[in-house]
Design a protein around this ligand. Sequence first.
Ligand code: SF4
Ligand code: FES
Length: 206
Amino acid sequence: MSEILLQIDGKDVKATETMTVLEAARSAGIHIPTLCHHEKLEPYGGCRLCTVEVETRGRARLVAACLFPVQPDLIVRTHTPEVDKLRKTIIELLMAHAPDSFELLDLAQEYGADRNRFDQESSFCLLCGLCVRYCNEVKQKNAIAFVDCGAKREINFIPEIASQECRDCKECFPLCPTSYLQAAYFLTEALAFPHESNAAHALTKK
Ligand code: SF4
Ligand code: FES
């Protein structure tokens, strides 16, 4: 695999040709914030928090670092006033949905974001897709899916699958940047398969 030399924040970084800018930055110890990225999952490009400025042949533009492939002589800037302002706005928009997310509160502190800038529409799900994609790509169970579209888009557990697969798994729980996923699961469990869950609980207590 051929080696590519690029520059990130003024530092020469060696990468392999299959790497994204995010992977190259991380390999060099350079931090780029992410929300929807997970190293076990295919790049998704949903949150845009990883936006960086890249320059090729004297032309600069903003791209998602988790999607953008490395190129020879690429110049990457992970913090410019424009990049930081965009990240701050993204955090503020996300906080309108989940103002108490610890992950967002940390990011808000880092970028000076105001969690009250936008009207609250506390849906609590940030639509990062980590739960849906992890269940699909890693566990290959498809117990969680996106439903609806636009402003109504949300995640749902599929009761028929969740009742069989989720009780002993729950690997998606720690991936969620908010409390929504756990709440959605326990609501589904309570409404759709309470008997299975109570019976199993009784068995495990014996
Ligand atoms: S429930 Fe959590 S992990 Fe799943 S899409 Fe929403 S915010 Fe992301
Ligand atoms: S981490 Fe790159 S778009 Fe979400």
